[in-house]
Design a protein around this ligand. Structure first.
Ligand SMILES: NC(=O)c1ccc[n+]([C@@H]2O[C@H](COP(=O)([O-])OP(=O)(O)OC[C@H]3O[C@@H](n4cnc5c(N)ncnc54)[C@H](OP(=O)(O)O)[C@@H]3O)[C@@H](O)[C@H]2O)c1
Length: 317
């Protein structure tokens, strides 16, 4: 068992899109992000008390971790927490590819420990999970979690860690109004009943649920997210309009309501933050209350949209 319990924030900050930094619209998100702009994001997040940053080596193949390390340099290490991942498909060929990937992440992030380290997907639970144990024992990794695992894979990973006195301390899956498979598969219930924090990723469906994007103003052309979502934007309009109208009553925007929905469902949303003013939205989301009839209306509209937003890297749970 790790010494201190994992302190779960209300909202975590996602940096997959930061993998596009330094590029001009050619990345996964088609975003144009500069280090100066991201410093502005970090400054507002720091001031508002959001401290947990989620990244992965594979986000821009090191770019996200590198720029995150750069922008966090100015803060004391104890003022923020880092969450990054081992991705089996990117493993090297040494004796311990997990330790190696961690070392490289530590270097890019400019630190000597990771608060929360994940196995990114269940490519081979029996093979990769045991590699977390020496990292926990050395203190280079404070807590561990699993991502994109189904219920039996979570239990298997927990059993492997349990044999060494550790456990799965967090679960991270795709969970949004449009994609509630972790709920249907009993993973949310499993986590709640064992006090394991469930981190929900892609709560905003990479921007498609914010109401900012439409046929007239599509997601950046040529990006992967445009390919996934632009074709379904007309079907999402009734839902994003509802998100906006619920938000309006509380001085909030559609994105804030989608985030508040994930909090109301007992999860910790990881929100991809690319602009400083998005942090204001997170602050609004944390102070917002959704009535149960509003939650039901949103979920009914989400079902009526009849879209499947399962990521290409995700399995059916
Ligand atoms: N474990 C895994 O396999 C996995 C997979 C996916 C994601 N993740 C993690 O989860 C995080 C979140 O997912 P994501 O970044 O892919 O997607 P997301 O959080 O669903 O959406 C992020 C996008 O939404 C827009 N946005 C964010 N806040 C907004 C606001 N307040 N108002 C309007 N628009 C807003 C931004 O788009 P614009 O930049 O276009 O404005 C941003 O790029 C990732 O960054 C990553 O850390 C993990």
């Amino acid at each position: 068992m790790t010494i201190d319990n994992l302190k779960t924030p209300t909202i975590a900050l996602g940096t997959w899109a930061w993998g596009d930094s330094g590029e001009t619209g050619n990345g996964y998100f088609g975003s144009q992000l500069t280090q100066a702009g991201l410093e502005g994001v970090a400054e507002k997040a720091h001031a508002a008390g959001f401290i947990l940053w989620d990244t992965a080596f594979v986000y821009g193949m090191g770019r996200s971790e590198t720029v995150l390390g750069e922008v966090l340099k100015r803060y004391a290490r104890s003022d923020y927490q880092l969450s990054t991942k081992f991705t089996p498909q990117a493993a090297g060929t040494s004796d311990d590819p997990v330790a190696d990937m961690l070392e490289q992440s530590l270097t890019r992030l400019g630190t000597d420990y990771i608060d929360l380290y994940w196995i990114h997907n269940p490519a081979d639970v029996a093979r990769w999970t045991p590699h977390l144990i020496p990292l926990l024992e050395s203190g280079k990794v404070k807590h561990v979690g699993v991502s994109n695992h189904n219920l039996s894979e979570i239990e298997f990973a927990d059993q492997i860690l349990g044999e060494a006195g550790f456990r799965v301390e967090a679960v991270q899956n795709h969970y949004s109004l449009l994609y509630r498979s972790s709920q249907d598969a009993g993973i949310l219930h499993y986590c709640r009943s064992r006090g394991i924090p469930f981190f929900a990723y892609m709560v905003l469906e990479q921007g498609a649920l914010t109401g900012r994007y439409s046929l007239e103003n599509p997601l950046p052309r040529g990006s992967n997210r445009a390919e996934t979502y632009n074709g379904m934007l007309p079907q999402l309009k009734a839902l994003t309009d509802k998100l906006a109208s619920i938000g309006q009553k509380q001085g909030a925007a559609a994105a804030d309501v989608a985030t508040a929905w994930a909090i109301a469902k007992g999860t910790t949303p990881i929100i991809g933050v690319t602009k400083p003013n998005y942090i204001d939205g997170l602050v609004r989301a944390t102070s917002m209350t959704l009535a149960s009839h509003e939650i039901a209306e949103l979920e009914a509209l989400a079902d009526a949209a009849n879209v499947n937003t399962r990521g290409w890297w995700e399995q059916e749970l």
